[in-house]
Design a protein around this ligand. Structure first.
Ligand SMILES: Cc1cc2nc3c(=O)[nH]c(=O)nc-3n(C[C@H](O)[C@H](O)[C@H](O)COP(=O)(O)OP(=O)(O)OC[C@H]3O[C@@H](n4cnc5c(N)ncnc54)[C@H](O)[C@@H]3O)c2cc1C
Length: 381
């Protein structure tokens, strides 16, 4: 097994880092404090080819693999998580369209995502259905040649700015098999009956829009069904097998940011007449952070490497997701600790890293849900 990056992959990685370093640091604090973002930065990232690199060339993408998307993600998150997410989650759902969409759906929805013409999202979570996705109660009822959608969704990334959302709907809510109740339906957000309210006061990734959304008799054409009716749960699991790898890259990226900030700080600040870096307590912290980062990256690289060959390892992906999340949170915690009181104020980047890191353990499957998956692969159901 050889994880040496090709020349092209190294170029992508370097270009992503240069873009993030050029665009993010000057604005990151402003966007974090104001919970805003400048979409021109996303447009620029689209123009330079960083958005949707995994989308095939026939739909306007670069036709790279999901691995290259992860490389870009790691570099962006190593500079600023909120801005990275504001740029890169604009394609959230394209993976599912790629797997299960019809040719016509791919031709319609994918090219604008790459070209900076549209933002999308995926709406699964509901106020009463989070980890238990099969409990989702937003309904889609057929009426002539349309679906009529009613219900509400919670914590929807890009909810107030998306042009379209893939919505996880109950199309057969009474089916005794909970895994056969749901289907994905594409909803254009300019349809009457769609409402989105931005959620304020998030702990972190505050540059990235998150909303509570409602569907009040929203009508979409029957042809907006994506994938097969009643197969939504299984399609969702296939989708998560890709997007969780993306979240792993986020975790490793932000853990790297924590390590970089720590090394710079403990070299610069002196106590007891010597740099903080001369204390073994701090040396052990950076040694452990670097080890966790390396281990996390190897875990997710292996999972992506297998996935790229069509050898999806659901258990390995779940392992990588919780482990990369824990790496992010632990490294951020140690980094703040090494900053002492300075880490506690938002003038210092490490405070934002500490707040941003936590999301990696929560979305797209909490760390507990991931461990349940790992245990099932070991013990059976
Ligand atoms: C910033 C942000 C962005 C998000 N973006 C999106 C998005 O774009 N689209 C979308 O659909 N959702 C999105 N989410 C929702 C996210 O995926 C959910 O918050 C997550 O899946 C957890 O669901 P929940 O919040 O309802 O927590 P709950 O399911 O209520 O879980 C609460 C706690 O209980 C634990 N728990 C639950 N069930 C079990 C169990 N069986 N065994 C052990 N422990 C358990 C969990 O691990 C967790 O620690 C986003 C969330 C946030 C915060």
């Amino acid at each position: 097994m050889d994880f040496t990056l090709s020349k092209e992959q190294q170029d992508i990685q370097r270009a992503a880092r240069e873009f993030a370093l050029g665009e993010f640091p000057d604005r990151a604090q402003e966007f974090d404090r104001n919970e805003t973002f400048d979409l021109d930065i996303w447009r620029k990232a689209c123009e330079l080819g960083f958005v949707g690199v995994f989308i095939p060339e026939e739909y306007g993408g670069a036709g790279f693999g999901f691995f290259e998307h992860c490389l870009i993600t790691e570099e962006f998150w190593a500079v600023d998580a909120g801005m990275a997410n504001a740029v890169l989650t604009a394609t959230f759902g394209a993976e599912l369209l790629g797997l299960f969409g019809t040719e016509a759906q791919k031709q319609t929805y994918l090219p604008p995502l790459v070209g900076g013409g549209a933002i999308m999202g995926t709406a699964i979570t509901e106020p009463d259905a989070g980890s238990d996705v099969t409990g989702a109660r937003t309904t889609a009822v057929p009426d002539g040649d349309e679906w009529v959608i009613n219900g509400s969704k919670m914590f929807i990334t890009n909810g107030t700015i998306a042009d379209y959302l893939l919505v996880f709907c109950a199309t057969d809510p009474e089916n005794p098999d909970r895994h056969a109740r749901h289907s994905f339906i594409m909803v254009e957000t300019n349809r009457p009956g769609y409402e989105a309210n931005k959620i304020h006061g998030k702990l972190g990734i505050r540059a990235n829009d998150t909303a509570e959304v409602a569907f009040n008799n929203v009508r979409v054409p029957a042809g907006n069904l994506v994938g097969e009716e009643g197969k939504g749960f299984r399609e969702l699991m296939s989708f998560f097998n890709l997007t969780r790898l993306h979240v792993c890259a986020m975790g490793v990226g932000i853990a790297r940011a924590a390590l970089e900030e720590s090394i710079a700080h403990i070299r610069k600040r002196h106590q007891f007449g010597v740099p903080l870096a001369s204390f073994q307590a701090n040396q052990f912290k950076v040694a452990e952070m670097a080890t966790r980062i390396r281990a996390s990256r190897n875990l997710y690289y292996e999972a992506v490497w297998l996935a790229e060959q069509g050898r999806i390892d659901h258990g390995l992906i779940a392992m990588a997701k919780w482990f990369c999340g824990e790496t992010a949170v632990r490294c951020a915690d140690e980094a703040l600790q090494m900053h002492g009181g300075y880490g506690y104020i938002d003038e210092y980047k490490v405070q934002r890293i500490y707040r941003d890191a936590k999301i990696v353990e929560i979305y797209e499957g909490t760390k507990e849900v991931e461990k349940i998956i790992v245990a099932k692969t070991l013990l059976g159901r």
